[in-house]
Design a protein around this ligand. Sequence first.
Ligand code: IMP
Length: 200
Amino acid sequence: MARDLRGQKLVVASHNAGKVREIGALLEPFGIETVSAGDLGLPEPEETGLTFQANAELKARAAAEASGLLALADDSGLAVTALDGDPGIYSARWAGPSKDFNLAMEKVEQALKEKGSDDRSAAFICGLALATPDGEMDYFEGRVEGTLVWPPRGDKGFGYDPVFVAKGYDITFAEMEPDAKHAISHRADAFRQLTDVFLK
Ligand code: IMP
């Protein structure tokens, strides 16, 4: 794949407004124009993979093929140590069809209680796949370690942000200013790896 993405137009292969916003913000400093799969009316492929990598790659491949543009997909989630990595790739699904993350956070808390473990460590993981319309693929994976708090705190961010406190911090991701979260998040870590290769 061409090693410089600057000035290119890229489809963000996601229908999740929170992710599209964060990815757009991370790419903007490089002068990369982004358009979302939702804006282009692209179909949302079923996430049939069993890993972050498989799901990120299938989403990027589908968007690149359907749009004829470079496509970037993010598959991410919260991996809780005491729950053997759950909800993991099922993080969005734990919120149910109405995408209720209060419910998802309660399910995580309930599952931890049922485990009876006092290990509250967790990590956000972000797989990023970059696909070209002619089938080339690159993959990067980033993570941020932290612990889970209860009850949820803060109203910035999205998803599981209100229960996640990154290592070295005492406020949740949902209490942090977006720029502060972007500097240390799993998505930022994966992006740093991507920019090291494609935007040096
Ligand atoms: P998917 O990658 O679209 O399957 O969904 C990943 C899910 O993981 C999201 O819907 C969120 O619930 C959760 N998630 C991923 N990244 C973050 C984050 O930065 N903050 C909070 N939740 C996240």
